[in-house]
Design a protein around this ligand. Structure first.
Ligand code: ADP
Ligand code: ZN
Ligand code: ZN
Length: 724
């Protein structure tokens, strides 16, 4: 009987596909194959080799070509991916598609894993000597005049260099070459003398190297967590093992890469989605070959092969960026734990504002908690104060007390941050004559006024229109912006403080890749300045002269229907507040609100995040919400409401009868209409995870078979982190 290969293919079906082995070569579990699929050819991964086929073998198609001689994915990764696909109800092929860089999902030979180097050509040297170029091109020619540099070195020294390189290469001035990775050890920079708490943390994790153990490193921004990571990575390297460090965003990466390289003196492989596909595949393959010792990456880097794993670190573990919100909805932090267990290594979750999930795990004894309470170098923690906005004369949403504090700060030559988590000029444009407001026709929500671009933009679906000159309903010219976004605050602060630079940092001002870094670089000096921004400003980046953080309005977070809103708000406030007074100067934080008596704000300000989190956890336990229960959310959307309702009703009817299962819905989603599509959901909850998981696969298969499913777009989200 011929063997049958069970192959995971990148299609959204929760099954494997059977093929006959290729004519030449011997396929093994973990190798890639090119197979016929319908009228297409697809690259898949061999998951199992069996003797029996679901379909009679005679009808099976044959693998067209074997792409790898051995296994590209090792047994640990194969096993983890199978587990992940099962847990998050992904299609097996989708899990592999997430794990493999795009370049490795094509029917091509593996790219060489040498380093990409750039150097001047003869013509380039003459051009450099002539000095006729300007801007980025000149900077790049100058950099390379001293000798060839690797792509990574270029990224560190001249962010955004690739555009210039492309131009210059097209003109024949630069040459690109591929060389074996050159561990060009930098002289490692000196580590600071670790504090007692840092030493204890390093000793605790260090003692468990070589075995699985989760740790929660609880320390605010600036408390020295990164120094703990560095000391541990040094130990891991000394043992000849690999360390994987996950960060929530690439925005955090450039600074961290520099710091890691300078301290450790080794190449740091960076894996994130903004990398070119070639670079990504190379980094992945080097990790697989074991030549990459330190790997730094965002969410999808959790799938990096680690044949000599020593340690996995998840920085800012509470960050929602770790959860993929479409397609294969995995959570990288949770997967990091699964991998650490499979690999038999410790996993370190770091945060100044740990997720309630992790706190509950620590409380239950599943994680060991390590605290960093003192901030090295800081005189004392920032002083936080609530400003009651009620019955105050507000200047574009800012109270006299807030403006006074900003004035004092810049008068002392220091910097102030005015924080508002809303882009644009105003969240609503209202007609004072008739009450009309500009709404998104596709979402049924107000459009945000962007004054600079003279546009009304929907922040949910990106619908755009010009700002009308008069009210479209009554014709009055009395259209008034309501509320404040960062753009309006910027304008108001510019008017109030004409002699001080005012910098706005939000997605609009930092659309270019390096604009954010560049904006912040201008603030390193000891000059007075005012920063206005959204949550992009909440993390990373040491601003030593920043001493005041003024939070303008957090009240939306106190009213949200999402049960996680309180947790998010507490995390955001603490993270933003942490930006004040990082260096020697003490910091001050002002929090403007209409609800100064709100218990969450009270407890946060009086007792800090840990206490507020404890109260939130007690609440969750009381009403049996995650992490004390487990949820699965079925989402559906369609052009017509009836289609959504019909599908959800059928999905509801297809549920098994189970007293342990709580069902909420079918109900409209918190945003019932988005981008012209009606949305609804069905929420399943159980206090016991196995109750849920026991029935999910068969329910999913039943949903796929429903006739009404064909008229809707639907998805299942296991452990959803928001209910939208
Ligand atoms: P976190 O990662 O928690 O934000 P970092 O490790 O980046 O904190 O530390 C914040 C700042 O304090 C950095 O500039 C770091 O170099 C410095 N620092 C950390 N630990 C020490 C120490 N033990 N002695 C002196 N400086 C330290
Ligand atoms: Zn009107
Ligand atoms: Zn919209």
């Amino acid at each position: 009987m011929p063997a049958v290969l069970r192959v995971a293919l990148p299609v959204p079906l929760p099954s494997l596909f059977d093929y006959l082995p290729p004519a030449t070569g011997v396929a093994c579990v973990g190798s890639r194959v090119l197979v016929p699929f319908g009228r297409h050819k697809l690259v898949g991964v061999v998951v199992a080799i069996g003797a029996e086929a679901a379909v009679g073998s005679s009808r099976l198609k044959q693998v067209l070509r074997l792409l790898d001689d051995g296994a590209l994915l090792d047994p640990e990764l194969m096993q983890t991916l199978a587990w992940a696909a099962d847990y998050w109800l992904g299609a097996p092929g989708e899990a592999y598609a997430n794990a493999l860089p795009l370049a490795l999902r094509e029917a091509k030979p593996l790219p060489p894993i040498g380093d990409e180097y750039w150097s001047l050509s003869g013509a380039g040297r003459s051009e450099h000597d002539a000095g006729s170029r300007r801007g980025g091109s000149k900077a790049l020619l100058d950099l390379l005049a001293a000798g060839a540099l690797s792509a990574q070195e270029l990224s560190e020294r001249q962010p955004g260099w690739r555009d210039a390189a492309r131009r210059l290469a097209a003109a024949g001035l630069l040459e690109r070459s591929e060389r074996p990775p050159l561990d060009r050890p930098l002289p490692p920079s000196l580590a600071p003398q670790l504090s007692d708490e840092q030493q204890q943390a390093v000793a605790a994790v260090g003692a468990d190297l070589g075995q699985y153990q989760p740790f929660l490193l609880d320390g605010v921004t600036g408390s020295g967590k990164t120094e703990v990571y560095l000391a541990l990575i040094e130990q891991v390297l000394a043992q000849g093992r690999q360390a994987l460090l996950l960060v929530p965003e690439i925005g955090l990466a450039p600074q961290t890469v520099r710091r890691l390289r300078e301290r450790l003196g080794v190449i740091v492989e960076v894996l994130h989605s903004n990398l070119s596909e070639g670079d990504r595949a190379r980094a992945w393959l080097r990790a697989r070959a074991g030549s990459a010792r330190v790997i730094l990456g965002t969410r999808s880097a959790v799938f990096t092969p680690l044949p000599q794993a020593g340690l996995i670190i998840v920085d800012e573990e509470h960050d929602s960026a770790y959860k993929q919100q479409e397609g294969f909805r995995y959570h990288a932090r949770d997967l990091a734990l699964v991998r650490a267990r499979a690999l038999g290594v410790p996993v370190l979750l770091g945060s100044g504002t740990p997720s309630l999930e992790s706190l509950a795990n620590a409380e239950a004894g599943r994680y060991r908690t390590l605290h960093l309470r003192a901030r090295p170098g800081a005189i004392r923690p920032p002083q936080v104060q609530i400003i009651d906005m009620r019955a105050q004369r507000l200047e574009h949403g800012m109270s006299p007390a807030l403006l006074g504090a900003v004035a004092d700060t810049v008068a002392r030559g220091e910097q102030a941050l005015v924080f508002r988590n809303r882009r644009g000029y105003a969240p609503v444009l209202l007609c004072h004559a008739c009450g009309w407001h500009a709404g998104c026709p596709r979402c049924d929500r107000p459009l945000t006024l962007h004054a600079g671009r003279r546009q009304l933009i929907c922040h949910h679906c990106d619908y755009r229109q010009r700002v009308p000159a008069v009210c479209p309903t009554c014709g009055a010219g009395d259209l008034k912006p309501q509320g404040q976004g960062t753009e309006r605050l910027e304008e108001a602060l510019l008017a109030q403080f004409p002699q001080v630079p005012v910098l706005r940092v939000d997605r609009e001002t930092t659309r270019r890749r390096d604009a954010f870094e560049q904006l912040l670089a201008t603030l390193r000096d000891d000059q007075p300045a005012i920063l206005v921004g959204t949550q992009m400003l909440a993390k990373g980046h040491d601003l030593p002269n920043l001493t005041l953080v003024a939070i303008v309005g957090v009240d939306e977070g106190l009213h949200s229907v999402d049960f996680r809103a309180g947790e998010r708000l507490a995390q955001l406030v603490v993270q933003v507040a942490g930006r004040a007074g990082r260096a020697r100067k003490p910091g001050r934080v002002l929090l403007q609100t209409h609800q100064p008596e709100h218990p969450l704000l009270r407890s946060l300000l009086a007792h800090g995040y840990a206490a507020a989190a404890r109260e939130l956890l007690a609440e969750r336990r009381l009403i049996q919400l995650p992490p004390y229960s487990h949820q699965v959310l079925l989402r559906a959307e369609a052009p017509q409401r009836e289609q959504v309702d019909a599908f959800l009703a059928a999905a509801h009817a297809a549920l098994p009868v189970n007293a342990q299962l709580q069902i909420a819905g079918p109900m409209p989603a918190p945003m019932p209409l988005r981008a012209g599509r009606h949305r609804g959901q069905l929420l399943l909850e159980a206090s016991n995870r196995s109750t849920l998981h026991g029935m999910l696969r068969s329910w999913q298969l039943a949903l796929i078979a429903l006739p009404s499913a064909r008229k809707v777009r639907w998805s299942l989200d296991v452990d959803p982190i928001d209910l939208y």
